[in-house]
Design a protein. Structure first.
Length: 350
């Protein structure tokens, strides 16, 4: 498990060492606890010195590191401004874990000094639901069979050439039996049956976390259920079949669902030596700081502004994600189940 900011600071031997490591991006030279002689001849101790060289030019950035239990005051900004002039630095910055007093912010803006607060990443900055992702996943499969056509009626002179209605539901060899229902979703008997099966499956499914009946514990399980679905209309279903007309008052079928329940857990900090946020207390911009295990350089990226409110579409930890599979499962798998019966068995991921 990756560590909190306070643990990271301890691991790196102190706040100054962490700030030094943060600047090791490969584009600058970084040194810690540097003493430079000022223009007045007095020595100036610098927590972290960042040197950027480009062609004929060299720019020094002086960084002060304040790992205090209180916010930084104007006095410390004034002291840094003096150091900047003394050593001829191009820029001065202060890093703090507690933030800055109002006077410090005002003085820093006047002296063009940057003030950064080092803090943990928020859940929004990690990406909702946050650093730790922990939810249940339900993969739901549907099956149906044992279609029963109740009291079919034909009319003299309109008898179909074949007595049985042949229905095929596979996508590659799907049958198409027209019916009298004039709805965009149900122009064929096959459409009507599939929509009724879907509705019955959705009514049977319950979005709850199921427990292993043997242990009473919430764990990865597979749940199977069977119900009876009625397909019909008050005026009857008129089908055109084999050159004739058939009217069905109602159709019944058995519908089964298979719910595969598994838990998904992930720590977005896994694989990182450190990951935290640096907030510019003047401009209010925020950067994400990360170094991955096995790498010697630090990655710095600007973070997007968090939305004003959490979207309802964001998956919350502890919730259930539903995935309804396409196609149909083997109906013979549920022969042992009676109508209205359910079964929960442990699921072996292997």
């Amino acid at each position: 498990m990756s560590k909190s900011l306070s643990e990271i600071i301890g691991d790196w031997g102190g706040f100054e060492d962490l700030i030094k490591a943060m600047h090791q991006t490969g584009s600058v030279e970084v040194r810690r606890n540097v003493v430079l002689t000022g223009r007045s001849g007095a020595p100036r101790q610098i927590d972290v010195l960042i040197v950027h060289r480009e062609g004929l030019y060299e720019h020094k950035i002086v960084a002060e590191c304040k790992h205090w239990n209180k916010s930084v005051s104007r006095l410390h900004v004034d002291a840094l401004a003096t150091t900047i002039r003394e050593v001829g630095a191009a820029k001065g910055v202060i890093f703090s874990v507690k933030g800055f007093q109002k006077g410090a912010l005002t003085q820093a803006e006047h002296d063009s000094i940057s003030l950064f607060k080092v803090r943990e990443l928020t859940p929004e900055e990690w990406g909702l639901p946050g650093r730790y992702i922990d939810f249940w996943m339900h993969i739901i499969g549907v099956s149906f069979g044992n279609l029963k056509f109740e009291q079919p009626v034909t009319f003299q002179g309109y008898e179909p050439r074949k007595p049985n209605v042949e229905l095929r539901f596979d996508h590659e060899n799907r049958s198409c039996t027209p019916i009298n229902l004039q709805t965009p979703a149900e122009r064929t008997l096959e459409d009507l049956i599939e929509n009724s099966v879907k509705q019955a499956a959705q009514q049977m499914y319950r979005p709850i976390v199921y427990k292993n009946p043997l242990t009473g514990q919430v764990e990865d399980v597979e749940m199977r259920m069977k119900t009876m679905a009625e397909i019909g209309s008050r005026s009857g279903i008129v089908t055109l079949h084999a050159g004739g007309v058939v009217v069905f008052n109602s159709i019944f079928c058995e519908v089964c669902i298979d719910v595969l329940q598994s838990r998904f857990q992930f720590d977005r900090g896994t694989g990182s030596i450190f990951a935290f946020a640096v907030e510019d207390c003047i401009s209010r911009s925020v950067h994400g700081i990360q170094r991955l295990a096995g790498e010697e350089l630090t990655h710095i990226s600007i973070l997007p502004v968090a939305p004003n409110k959490e979207s309802e579409e964001v998956l919350k930890n502890g919730s259930i994600a539903q995935i309804w599979t396409a196609g149909y499962l083997d109906f013979n798998k549920y022969d042992h189940l009676q109508i209205g019966q359910g079964q929960i068995v442990p699921h072996n991921k292997s």
